[in-house]
Design a protein around this ligand. Structure first.
Ligand code: DAH
Length: 347
């Protein structure tokens, strides 16, 4: 903008220069050079000169405000747009790659971090790990596990089903048949089958502090010659004591599952109160962890394993329960809540 009045034109030139060096550009309108012009305006007698001088001084002020506003545009908008979906060009040195969006560092979900701990324990005990799956069929969910058609035990596993009969698995036992078939060669070579199977499972539950529609289980399958329930108890006790870092007492009581015979429900002594009773264990001293038992001969046969020669045990425990116990988490629903306040505690 051009100013006719010499005084205003001179001030404009120096103020524009000054604006560039100002950190807070808004301060330019309080610059003494501008206020001096307004002071001078007040001294002029009313008339044409005063009016045109005033118009020019106001014009200069508006110009400076506009310049200040323009330069306050966030720096990012001046950068070329970033395509966040574009792949990295690995032939370009990291320092020469375009800057991506600023990211704060995330953390592993507590369930995943604890699951790795649990798997580490089993690796040391000679187990393999195989991942479960999140969609399955009736055969693996029920039939392969010795649930007769229309048997009422199926009602215990009320989950979600697609219109064409696919099932969101209600337990990781869906993998038993697959794992036994996959490791049958090892079994026959005299090495036994020792596999743990972590996975996400789904249930049509009434939700409360201990029940969630989605949670994690760890299935275990152990098959060899001459395996008995004592081996089952010893294996699980070794795992839990290792995980909690101290000897954990266990309690098993008879239960019913179609895929094991005998079947047990498994409880561990509450690691917080040592059986005295506390709010974590609902003052019983014990915490239910899951089911287990000796694999039913029909389940072995369905996987083409000679049930006369081999026997085995299996279990299915809730990982969420275990982690709740370890960290004194009072509500299972925190895990799926995506609540950052909860998650950040596990950094
Ligand atoms: N699948 C059972 C459940 O989710 C738990 C279970 C019980 C798994 C006994 C097993 C087992 O492998 O042998 O309720």
């Amino acid at each position: 903008m051009e100013y006719e009045n010499q005084e205003v034109a001179k001030a404009a030139e120096s103020l524009r220069r000054k604006l560039k060096s100002l950190e807070d550009k808004r301060l330019i309108v309080r610059d003494p050079a501008l206020t001096a012009l307004y002071d001078r305006l007040k001294t002029l007698p009313p008339g044409k000169d005063r009016a045109s001088f005033g118009k020019e001084v106001n014009g200069l002020k508006n110009e400076l405000q506009q310049l200040a506003r323009d330069s306050r545009q966030p720096a990012e908008t001046k950068l070329p747009p970033i395509d966040v979906t574009a792949p990295f060009n690995m032939n370009v040195a990291p320092t020469d790659r375009p800057k991506l969006l600023p990211a704060t560092q995330g953390t592993r979900h507590p369930l995943m971090a604890e699951l790795s701990e649990v798997l580490d324990i089993f690796y040391r005990m000679g187990f393999d790990a195989v991942e479960s799956r999140e969609i399955d069929d009736d055969y693996h969910m029920f039939t392969s596990l010795n649930f007769p058609p229309d048997h009422p035990a199926r009602d215990e596993y009320d989950t979600f089903m697609t219109d064409d009969g696919l099932i969101a698995p209600a337990h990781t036992s869906i993998m038993q048949n697959r794992v036994m078939r996959r490791y049958k060669k090892d079994l026959e070579a005299g090495q036994g089958i020792r596999v743990v199977i972590p996975g996400r499972v789904f249930r049509n539950e009434d939700l409360d502090a201990r029940h969630e529609h989605t949670f994690y289980q760890l299935e275990g399958v152990y098959v060899d010659e001459g395996i008995n329930a004592g081996n089952l108890v010893a294996t699980i006790r070794a795992w839990l004591s290792n995980y909690f870092g101290k000897e954990v007492k266990i309690k098993i009581q008879p239960f019913y599952f179609p895929f094991t015979e005998p079947s047990f429900e498994f409880a561990a002594s509450c690691p917080f109160c040592e059986e005295k009773g506390c709010n974590v264990c609902s003052y019983t001293g014990w915490i239910e962890l899951g089911g287990c038992g000796m694999i039913h001969p029909n389940v072995l046969k369905e996987a083409d394993i000679d049930a006369k020669k081999y026997s085995g045990f299996a279990w299915g425990f809730g990982i969420d329960r275990l982690v709740m116990l370890k960290y004194n988490i009072e509500d299972v629903r925190h895990f799926e809540s995506a609540n950052l306040k909860f998650l950040r505690q596990f950094k």
